[in-house]
Design a protein around this ligand. Structure first.
Ligand code: MBD
Ligand code: FE
Length: 276
């Protein structure tokens, strides 16, 4: 069961991503834009209240829940699970190259470099089926992108991410792979487990109260970048996972589902980057 119960992981949730000075980000957004977006979002809420005759009991339940999301440190989780997929669609709609997907709440920059052909850092007794992932990074014109990097991060066989769950080595299952002149990489890792978002906090309360489920399909997270090209943030999924078409975070695209070869333990999957 992945969790975020320790108070130091709460700090991690609120400090690991996004602008380090959030109110500068608001200040730097033009007034006209804030006015437009805040007004339309509020109007949508007003419409929902009128349409469904929301009661004071329901309004007070919402208020208490919103306050608790903050106390639980779950705003990053909430935003990444229920809103980021649409922001990602809009941000990448112009691309000719590879499809991306959401970053989610568990990325940490500067994972240890492993070269073009290496294993992701893991414990000597790391559990899980071994996986060999090979691929090529190219530009949209087909040229191999020498010096491109693949940053990989993933959950372990228990669905836990290093630096967000206690007792796991700092960079476990997090690595950076820099390709050679041929644009090729080869990564040895383990298959992550299907993943349930934390059920013990406010996001879990919403899921239970609405009768939803908390599952995401098993996934590998990547950021692929190369000089002069747009960075691709993506997730890769495994064929046959029951949650590939029923992901709580709505982050699966058919183009991101891997095809197994060599008896299932190897996959080939490359990325095509758009020139910046
Ligand atoms: C995850 O591992 C994840 O990838 C997302 C999007 C949300 C919660 C946990
Ligand atoms: Fe994830």
């Amino acid at each position: 069961q992945p969790h975020h119960g320790a108070s130091d992981s709460h700090n991690r949730w609120t400090t690991s991503r996004g602008p380090s000075q959030p109110f500068d980000a608001v200040k730097n957004t033009p007034k006209e834009r804030v006015d437009l977006l805040a007004r339309e979002l509020l109007n949508a809420a007003h419409e929902t209240i009128r349409k469904h005759k929301v009661t004071y009991d329901e309004f007070n339940a919402l208020k208490a829940w919103l306050i608790q999301v903050g106390k639980d440190g779950e705003w990053p989780l909430f935003l990444d699970v229920w809103l980021e997929h649409v922001v990602e669609d809009v941000a990448t709609a112009h691309r000719a190259g590879s499809k991306g997907s959401i970053e989610g709440p568990y990325y940490v920059p500067n994972a240890p470099e492993q070269g073009a052909d290496g294993a992701v850092p893991m414990r000597t007794n790391e559990r899980g089926t071994t996986l060999l992932w090979e691929g090529t990074i190219t530009s949209t014109d087909g040229t191999a992108l020498a010096g491109a990097t693949v940053e990989l991060w993933q959950a372990d066989a228990d669905g836990l991410y290093s630096q967000f769950a206690p007792g796991i080595p700092e960079w476990n299952l997090r690595g950076t792979f820099t390709v050679g002149v041929d644009g090729r990489f080869r990564i040895r890792t383990i298959e992550p487990a299907p993943y349930q978002i934390p059920t013990d906090g406010s996001c879990g309360k919403l899921i239970a109260a609405a009768g939803w489920h908390a599952w995401r399909p098993a996934h590998l997270h990547v950021k692929v970048s190369a000089p002069g090209h747009e960075l691709v943030t993506a997730q890769l999924y495994f064929p046959g996972d029951p949650h590939n078409d029923d992901d709580i975070a709505n982050a699966v695209k058919s183009e991101l589902i891997l095809t197994r070869r060599d008896g299932g333990r190897a996959v080939e999957y490359g990325f095509v980057l758009d020139p910046a």
